[in-house]
Design a binder for this molecule. Structure first.
Ligand SMILES: Cc1ncc(COP(=O)(O)O)c(C=O)c1O
Length: 339
């Protein structure tokens, strides 16, 4: 589907063309990044773990004390209604990527402006998943190269990363830094101020050592729905033990395999850390078997579908949640070479 074509979004109880859904310049989201959000996906058109995404969203709303009249059931119904209304503008082979944003609304300082509603804004948008993961299909074969940027992950006692919020400047800074490293397919792997591995800038981290899966304990990370899928659904099916513990870069250097998880791409192998091979420097068999199992559960060849989408893309050099593209930014010219 061409981006030019308008989709319909849910905006505070109404369904409007996406170009007409506008948030005030005085919204607290613009002032403080004061909002929560979710990004879901479908497999074969069926939303995957939507309820889990909504539960994470409502926990964030509760902790941030953003009052919302809309109940979780109403929100869920609005998501399905948005998908339904947009179906005619999707290709048959598209998956639905649903973006749910909730902002606090106006700070009280700005209440009373004519024509500006003060309360929380709820936005539900539905667009093709291929936008988010275009160009990713080759990464299932090559793997990605993890780089630890100097930008640290923010620990939970400073700002709670378990809330999926939009105060994300530190993730962007990590991506900008990593975009200046030489080489291809570089993704940031962040460590916290104690030096423990946390997560990527839009994904969770796993490593395999002696047939056991390890992932950072859920303290200074967003507890991903995909991460939980690996722990609760896939690993038990394959009789693989999972240990959540503090991991240092040293542990990753000693690992046999590693991979990242996130809703859009499910699971992508990581083959180096800071230029050093993880295992034999190729996607590993356990990573592959977890991905296969995921495909079995959702009845879809996950990689084949992304490959088919990639046949039609013009350029994959775009900024994504995982990678900052500086190709159009002349000010970023420094190359960092750590190999
Ligand atoms: C910082 C961060 N970590 C991890 C994830 C993976 O979470 P999920 O599997 O729920 O998509 C995301 C997803 O966007 C994220 O933004």
């Amino acid at each position: 589907m061409a981006k030019k074509q308008q989709r319909v979004v849910y905006f505070n109880g109404e369904y409007v063309p996406e170009s007409e859904a506008k948030v005030s310049i005085y919204d607290s989201a613009l002032m403080f990044g004061d909002m929560v959000f979710e990004m879901t996906r479908s497999f074969n058109g069926q939303q995957w773990k939507l309820r889990e995404h909504l539960e994470r969203l409502y926990t964030g709303l509760k902790i941030l004390r953003i009052p919302l009249k809309l109940t979780i059931d109403e929100m869920e119904a609005a998501v399905y209604e948005t998908i339904e209304r947009n179906k005619p503008s999707f290709n048959d082979d598209d998956e639905h990527r649903v973006l749910i944003d909730v902002t606090r609304g106006l700070l009280s300082l700005y209440h009373g402006i004519d024509g500006v509603e003060p309360g929380a804004n709820v936005i539900i948008a539905d667009f093709p998943l291929r936008w988010t993961i275009q160009g990713c299909s080759k990464l299932y074969e090559t793997g990605i190269n993890l780089k630890i940027p100097s930008q640290r992950a923010i620990p939970s006692h400073l700002m709670e990363p378990k809330i999926k919020n939009r105060s994300r400047l530190f993730y962007l800074m990590a991506n900008i830094e990593v975009s200046m490293f030489k080489g291809e397919n570089n993704w940031a792997l962040m460590i916290d101020p104690d030096g423990f591995v946390t997560e990527g800038t839009g994904s969770n981290f796993f490593m395999v050592k002696d047939n056991v899966l390890y992932t950072p304990e859920g303290r200074n990370i967003l507890r991903g729905i995909s991460m939980q899928t690996v722990i609760d659904d896939l690993a038990p099916e394959l009789n693989i033990k999972v240990i959540e513990k503090n991991l240092e870069p040293f542990d990753v250097y000693e690992a046999d395999e590693a991979f990242m998880t996130s809703t859009p791409f499910c699971l992508i192998p990581a083959v180096t850390l800071n230029g050093l091979k993880i295992g034999d420097g190729r996607p590993g068999p356990i990573t592959q078997s977890l991905l296969n199992k995921w495909g079995e559960i959702v009845d879809l060849d996950i990689v084949k579908q992304i490959k088919a989408w990639d046949k039609n893309i013009e350029s994959s050099d775009t900024t994504t949640p995982y990678k900052f593209s500086n190709s159009k930014n002349a000010t970023l010219t420094m190359d960092i070479d750590e190999d």
